[in-house]
Design a protein around this ligand. Structure first.
Ligand code: GDP
Ligand code: MG
Length: 441
């Protein structure tokens, strides 16, 4: 496939922006890739349509072909669709004891995932967890959970013969309350396929447990079937998230995209083997890479973008060292810092700024301060930004008021700007060698 792709891409014309033709041609290949990854046809179709709109007219990074650029856009869009809101793998389990209901078909990996997740909650979040098996049809299933519990050091609800699932759920709830557990997990029975009896049973359990999280466990290798399963369980039971198992296999993971598109529910965890450690939070970029199967092209475009950014940064540095560092530049730096997660980030952009970054951090500069400073710069006029030394007292007052801050805040910003501008000019005089030395101090 990748050879066929590069053939297509070579034929595409090089241009500054993506034409409709460029996009259409590349997306034809992307469509094949999605279907080969087992993404369902309607989902693939809709996805492509959305990307087509987005990609047409988008800029092409220097030194990559339009086709390659489209693949990168597709990749980013895949990540955006796959990612849910909030932190990956986050569970609503405050207010102890919080019930987690595990549902799914037989053999999907429910019991294994219940134990894996219990271990994770215990070890990473210090939660006291109780597990209960509701699988009354198969006595071996209850024992399986008890054995896993012993193995990972998590309590299981004692097995009482002849109890029905609802009674077990009630007992688990009582026991969790009495025993001071943070979480109790209900591992339900599954069947080979969805039927009325299964759904009615899970529903009854749901109604007594009132679960904080209802996690559907599905085999990631089953592709289309997994999507049907997800749709059914979501409609009937209402799920809060999905655990995709067997992602250690060689499936391409298209089910993840379909499931996300069809249910709108986040994929929270991924099972990567039979061992108790083999559970990870869902990482959209990893799955996106697998679904698309064009990792080298994505890497190539990312590299090209990095090179371009480095060139831009160098050009900026040249200006700065000539003493041309104005408020627009400062704002860009502040925004860059915010994006890169704080003051430390600036070091990669501008050699010599390490010391300043540390000072600023010591002075209590955090994201909030950065945002406030950016607001101050925003309320300046274009002229003032280019030439902040022109600022009169009356204008200062107005700018500070416009940003909802004090004149002293603005003065602090101006002082910092002067220091930065001075330092960069000095570095320019010292030349490259001296600059580096200064940066190391
Ligand atoms: P349940 O019927 O839904 O409770 O499924 P089980 O938890 O009993 O799992 C069925 C089989 O799948 C077991 O042999 C598990 O070891 C295996 N299994 C579960 N999750 C994974 C996974 O992420 N990767 C692999 N390779 N095997 C898994
Ligand atoms: Mg089971």
């Amino acid at each position: 496939l990748s050879e066929r792709l590069s053939g297509v891409f070579d034929r595409l014309t090089k241009a500054g922006a993506l034409s409709e033709d460029d996009v259409k041609t590349a997306l034809r290949e992307v469509r094949v890739a999605l279907l080969e990854a087992d993404v369902s046809l309607p989902v693939a179709r809709n996805f492509i349509k959305a990307v087509e709109k987005k990609a047409t007219g988008a800029a092409v990074t220097k030194s990559v072909t339009p086709g390659q650029q489209v693949v990168k856009i597709v990749h980013d869009e895949l990540i955006a669709v796959l990612a849910g809101e909030g932190e990956p793998g986050a569970l609503k389990i405050d207010n102890p004891p919080a019930p987690i209901l595990m549902v799914g078909l037989q053999g999907g990996g429910k019991t294994t995932t219940t134990a894996k997740l219990a271990k994770r909650l215990k070890e990473r979040e210090g939660k006291k967890v109780l597990m209960a098996s509701l699988d009354v049809n198969r006595p071996a299933a209850m024992e399986q959970l008890a054995i896993l519990g012993t193995q990972i050091g998590v309590d299981t609800l004692p097995i009482v013969k002849g109890e029905d699932p609802v009674a077990i759920a009630k007992r688990a709830k009582t026991q969790a309350g009495l025993g001071g557990y943070d979480v109790y997990m209900l591992d339900t029975a599954g069947r080979l396929s969805i039927d009325e009896e299964l759904m009615a049973q899970v529903e009854a359990v749901r109604d007594v447990a009132n679960p904080r999280e209802t996690l559907l466990v599905v085999d990631g290798l089953t592709g289309q079937d997994a999507v049907h399963t997800a749709q059914n369980f979501d409609e009937r039971i209402g799920i809060t998230g999905v655990c995709l198992t067997r992602m250690d296999g060689d499936g391409r993971g298209g089910a993840a995209l379909s499931m996300r598109a069809v249910t709108g529910k986040p994929i929270k965890f991924v099972g990567l083997g039979e061992k108790m450690e083999a559970l990870e939070t869902f990482e959209p970029d990893r799955i996106a890479g697998r679904i698309l199967g064009m990792g080298d092209i994505v890497a190539l475009v990312e590299k090209a973008q990095e090179v371009l950014e480095a060139e831009q940064a160098e050009r900026m540095m040249k200006r700065f060292t000539k003493g041309q560092f104005n408020m627009n530049d400062m704002r860009m730096q502040l925004e860059q810092m915010l994006k890169m997660g704080g003051m430390e980030g600036i070091m990669g952009m501008m050699p010599g700024m390490g010391k300043m970054a540390k000072q600023a951090q010591a002075a209590g500069m955090d994201d909030k301060v950065l945002t406030r400073q950016i607001a101050l710069i925003q309320s300046m006029t274009k002229k003032e930004r280019a030439n902040p030394q022109l600022l009169q007292a009356s204008r200062k007052k107005r700018i500070a008021a416009g940003a909802g801050q004090e004149v002293s805040d603005l003065n602090k910003l101006l002082k910092m700007h002067r220091q930065m501008a001075d330092m960069m000019k000095k570095m320019g005089k010292m030349g490259k060698g001296g600059m580096m030395k200064q940066a190391m101090k």
